[in-house]
Design a protein around this ligand. Structure first.
Ligand code: BG6
Length: 492
């Protein structure tokens, strides 16, 4: 069978260890979904195959808690290889890489392979790597009749609209759009797929999914983690670019989009991009009250096991400037200016070093009051649908029911679906799905350029406003829920 080769640039990096190799292991050795997969990790460090394999085994044990028995380990290790290569200056290295791929093809008895080149490297290296691949005839455009030759580009895709557009132009000068897969790993999360299923697979929600019935929508992503050794990158990015430009806007687009013509990648992306185009850019007047930023100071973070640890302030993190004005928390009140959503605020909130890890989307329906003919039900709360993206996966719907034995007193009751609580829960990790769907050519799990274009216009409008005023940081202690009073807090 034709081999499927995953070449990971950034092969010794954190993402490879923590996410990509565990995903490969599950796809190859547990699920058996990619039986012909081979991985070549490419990095600058001078390592042998054996040392690389041993490093990965150790990392999977310590970082992902995956203990493999000998059979599982030989399944994985037989498919892992390592190639030393300086991405920028080692032109010969790309020829060595090609020969190595040819050897795998020869051993499999095939003359071609399907290839994914995964760029898990600093963004400034994206174009130089693709240029070398193209110069060596390793991309599809250069080699007619070749197998699949797709390039997966990790985020961040640019640092501003201008920078992202330049990167995009360069990639398009070397590759076809259909071979560029811009990664947003949130699109690989099980519950993001479920948003479309719940919205369009149930007759009850779609008629209510608009400004007449919805009071507000809140999308929040709280993490207990800080910058975890990525201070050098994060201090230039900030959470607005690190989380909102991609993950939160993708969630917003899935929640707010019109029904696509079909569930194919282009129809879905066509509808998502219309939402991103309709986002109202910020102005200095609106950014003041409605684009709140924060940065954590020192504070105590409670871990799930019950222990508490005193964490340093952001400004004391490794490779962060002691005077940094980079935001680690953001809360935006924003608007989708179209007929469906006129007047409905969308609250987008992301924070690092918060009190607990949770990603949720809350759809708050309007209360009955005003249309309520029964005074007895006056205390009934409004309905709410909550998508629980992580760590618990599922959704619940809050409705009102009568309290037993208490005349007409009402209680909120929660109708729950907890997917991750099911004994047979088998949700794939986001990166498993990303690799599998890139191979299957399911581009709906990847961002199209026009989506990024419009998301950058929105993000740049906030950054431009923030540049006008120096923030007073830090303004929330690590381990809390962001900046206190005086800041925008959407009603719970
Ligand atoms: C990444 C960000 O894209 O997403 C990180 O760069 C963040 O800063 C991570 O921690 C969060 O991903 P997840 O899947 O843990 O919610």
């Amino acid at each position: 069978m034709r081999p499927f080769i995953l070449v990971i640039f950034g092969g010794t990096g954190d993402l490879t260890k923590r996410k990509l190799i565990p995903a490969v292991y599950r796809l190859l050795c547990i699920r058996g979904q990619l039986p012909t997969l081979h991985v070549i990790a490419v990095g600058r460090r001078n390592l042998t195959d054996d040392v690389f394999r041993a490093d990965m085994r150790e990392a999977m044990r310590t970082e992902s808690g995956i203990e493999m028995n000998d059979v599982q380990w030989s399944c994985l290790s037989a498919r892992l290889g390592y190639e030393t290569l300086d991405f920028v200056s080692d032109a010969d290295g790309y020829r060595r890489l090609e020969s190595r791929i040819r050897m795998i093809e020869a051993v499999s008895g095939e003359s071609v392979s399907d290839r994914l080149y995964y760029l898990a490297v600093a963004p400034e290296q994206f174009t130089v790597i693709v240029q070398h691949l193209a110069d060596n005839g390793m991309t599809a455009r250069m080699e007619a009749g070749s197998g699949i030759r797709r390039v997966l580009v990790e985020k961040p895709f640019g640092t501003s609209l201008e920078d992202a557009a330049k990167l995009n132009r360069h990639l398009l000068s070397l590759l076809d759009e259909s071979d560029i897969f811009r990664i947003d790993h949130y699109l690989g999360k099980e519950m993001l797929q479920d948003i479309l299923a719940v919205r369009f697979g149930n007759a009850v929600f779609e008629p209510l999914w608009n400004h007449r019935h919805i009071e507000y929508i809140r999308i929040l992503s709280h993490e207990t983690l800080g910058v975890e050794g990525r201070g050098g990158y994060f201090d230039h990015a900030g959470i607005l670019k690190d989380m909102v430009q991609n993950h939160l806007l993708q969630m917003l687009a899935l929640i707010a989009m019109e029904p696509p013509l079909q569930l194919d990648p282009e129809s879905i992306r066509d509808e998502k991009v219309k939402v991103l185009r309709a986002l109202r850019p910020f102005t200095p007047e609106s950014a003041g009250p409605d684009a709140i930023r924060g940065q954590y100071g020192a504070g105590t973070v409670r871990h799930s096991k019950g222990t508490s640890v005193l964490m340093p302030a952001y400004r004391s993190e490794e490779r962060v400037s002691p005077e940094s004005d980079t935001e680690t928390y953001v809360c935006l009140k924003t608007w989708v200016d179209n007929l469906r959503w006129g007047g409905v605020p969308f609250y987008l909130e992301a924070g690092k070093r918060m009190s607990r890890k949770t990603t949720q989307i809350i759809i708050q329906f309007k209360p009955l009051s005003g249309r309520q003919p029964y005074p007895e039900f006056g205390q009934a709360g409004a309905n709410r649908l909550v998508f629980e993206i992580q760590p618990r996966e599922g959704f619940h719907f809050i409705v009102n029911g009568k309290r037993p034995d208490a005349d007409w007193a009402m209680d909120e009751v929660s109708m729950e679906y907890c997917q991750s609580c099911r004994a047979d829960n088998n949700s794939p990790e986001a990166y498993e799905r990303i690799l599998l769907e890139a191979w299957r050519n399911n581009a709906s799990l990847f961002a199209r350029w026009d989506e990024l274009y419009h998301s950058w216009i929105f993000i740049d409008s906030i950054r431009a406003c923030w540049q006008l005023e120096k923030p007073v940081f830090p303004n929330y202690p690590a381990g809390t829920d962001g900046p206190p009073d005086g800041f925008l807090q959407p009603p719970d």
